[in-house]
Design a protein around this ligand. Structure first.
Ligand code: SF4
Length: 164
């Protein structure tokens, strides 16, 4: 399986979830949020191509990381690949956080996206909205975005926010 990424895995991030994390930057995003900080990630035809096996090898060789964060771009543009990556990260004992411009409720309605959703521990959902930008937001850019505890939300059939 081939994956389109915006860049190589970025290690040692402390702003994309709790602890020290490795971020996988997916290429491709349809949301076009005004003020997006990563506009170069929008075009699905740009970026770099890498195989799933190569990504797995890189994840296997990580050291001193607490978790994996899927970002971009929008990982839900490549749901099969992102799901495989998240599953593998879990097998190695990492927790998995994921950023998306889609809303949790809309992801739930799309059967092509639920496999990926089920592999995520915390989903930061919704578009970046400049008017709602706040430096008080932890791990997100604007106040409309939610930190969702996915396993609890799926079990309780309602959105359960992640308790930081
Ligand atoms: S969802 Fe994220 S990457 Fe996509 S346009 Fe909005 S802020 Fe940028």
């Amino acid at each position: 399986m081939q994956i389109k990424l915006a860049a190589d895995i970025q290690c040692d991030s402390i702003v994309d979830g709790p602890g020290i994390r490795s971020v996988i930057w997916f290429q491709g995003c349809p949301h076009a949020c005004p003020g997006c900080q990563n506009p170069e990630t929008h075009d699905i035809n740009a970026g770099i191509q890498i195989s799933l096996e190569e990504i797995k090898e890189k994840i296997k060789n990580l050291e001193y990381q607490d978790g994996i964060t899927l970002s971009g771009g929008d990982p839900f543009m490549q749901p099969e690949a992102a799901s495989e990556i998240a599953k593998y990260a879990h097998e190695l004992g990492y927790n998995v956080w994921c950023y998306t411009g889609y809303l949790y409720e809309n992801i739930l309605k799309n059967p092509k996206l639920t496999n990926l959703l089920e592999q995520i521990d915390v989903l930061i959902d919704g578009p970046f909205i400049m008017k709602k930008k706040s430096l008080e937001c932890i791990y997100r850019g604007s106040k409309n975005q939610r930190l969702i505890d996915v396993p609890k939300s799926l079990a309780q059939k309602e959105v359960v926010l992640y308790d930081i």
